[in-house]
Design a binder for this molecule. Structure first.
Ligand SMILES: [Zn+2]
Length: 387
């Protein structure tokens, strides 16, 4: 096999070209930097040191020397917006948008920046118009992302569904969010006394995301409200196959439905079977209360002990102290009260729902986090503990 020795020249040649290109770049950079006023570096220095106010003052002075500089105008516009001086940012971006002496691509940049200004100032109608006008171009996806935020803020769920569907791709399907938007529509239907429309939206939620436990919780609630307790229970039982964590959110509803059917013991039995497989504090508390009503204090206390022996935890200890104090003689109740308040103090944080995305804690369960606006980010189990 013959070997062409000239191939040996290729690596050094590549190296030489690379070196030359780097030299040209550096030379160009030095030439450009010589043309820049010293104030520019001053402004840059303020920016790098997070002294935005001083940086803005310097750049305002520089732009007076060169008012037509597109780059400087964009930079200043962004700085004004970040600082909350939205009116000034809007003025700069509007002027850029109206300029005929700059490339169409730059006007498109200005249009996007202007939409962001409106968004930050809360002028959502104007932001929406600006973002819609960007559809079809290179800002289409970013603009759609912002439109989705706007529609969620304005609770325009139909529009949110349409935009989320256009954003859906192989990387992210938006099925969680779209299913929740259908649930929000169903919530509105229920408030307007339209249970059939609500059912239809909830079916769409399940068709979009078959594990949407909220849809089944709501479907069961609609049936229970109409007095169809048997079918409500059947629907709520489906949650076990979707995501058993959410069973703790329907425990009270299941017990109530069985009570209405005059089969309270069956309700307790069902919850006990759930608790043995998916232990949560909510279910333990609920069962303790139900057993207390149906079978008395002694049986209730023994049940709590049996659960805690299998799954010891601080949160379960609180239920145990509750159960113990009911049976304790009067002279011991004071001591038990001290123990209970100590446990309460130490488990207060854990006895709240928390968002797994931002950590926001709340007494009530949220499907849409008030802290970070995430959907289904709340853990349906109290605290992070099992029983
Ligand atoms: Zn959150």
């Amino acid at each position: 096999m013959e070997f062409d020795f000239w191939w040996l020249l290729v690596p050094p040649l590549f190296f030489a070209f690379g070196w030359l290109a780097a030299r040209i770049d550096i030379k160009q950079l030095i030439n450009e930097s010589k043309r820049l006023p010293s104030a520019y570096y001053k402004g840059l220095n303020f920016l790098l040191n997070d002294q935005e106010d001083q940086a803005i003052d310097v750049f305002v002075e520089i732009i007076k020397l060169n008012p037509d500089s597109v780059e400087l105008n964009f930079a200043l516009g962004s700085m004004f917006r970040r600082k909350g001086e939205i009116d000034r940012a809007i003025l700069i971006h509007q002027k850029l948008l109206q300029r005929n002496d700059i490339a169409a691509e730059l006007r498109l940049d200005a249009q996007y920046e202007l939409a962001l200004d409106y968004l930050k100032s809360g002028l959502l109608d104007r932001a929406e118009d600006g973002l819609k006008a960007l559809q079809g171009g290179r800002y289409a996806r970013k603009a759609s992302g912002h439109l989705l935020d706007i529609y969620q803020q304005e609770k325009q769920w139909e529009k949110a569904i349409a935009v989320a569907n256009t954003l859906s791709d192989a990387n992210y399907s938006f099925q969680h969010e779209v299913a929740q938007f259908y649930c929000e529509l169903a919530l509105r239907d229920i408030a307007n006394s339209q249970p059939d429309a609500a059912r239809s939206h909830l079916e769409q939620a399940l068709a979009t995301h078959r594990k949407c436990a909220r849809a089944n919780i709501m479907l069961g609630e609609i049936d229970a409200a109409a007095g169809h307790y048997e079918s409500a229970i059947v629907i709520w039982q489906r949650i076990e196959g979707q995501d058993p964590q959410y069973l703790s959110l329907v425990g009270t509803k299941i017990l109530d439905a069985f009570r209405r059917l005059e089969r309270p013991a069956d309700g307790v039995q069902l919850l006990k079977s759930y608790l043995s497989t998916y232990p949560t504090l909510d279910l333990l508390d609920l069962i303790h209360q139900a057993v207390l009503e149906q079978e008395g204090e002694q049986v209730a206390l023994e049940y709590v002990y049996s659960v805690l022996r299998a799954n010891p935890s601080m949160l379960g200890l609180k239920t145990l102290a509750d159960a113990e104090s009911l049976l304790a003689p009067v002279e011991r109740r004071k001591d038990l009260e001290v123990i209970r308040s100590l446990i309460n103090e130490n488990t207060r944080k854990l006895s709240m729902y928390h968002c797994t995305a931002c950590g926001f804690r709340a007494k009530q369960y949220y499907w849409h986090c008030p802290g970070c606006s995430g959907w289904e980010t709340y853990n349906p189990k109290l605290g992070a503990e099992s029983v």
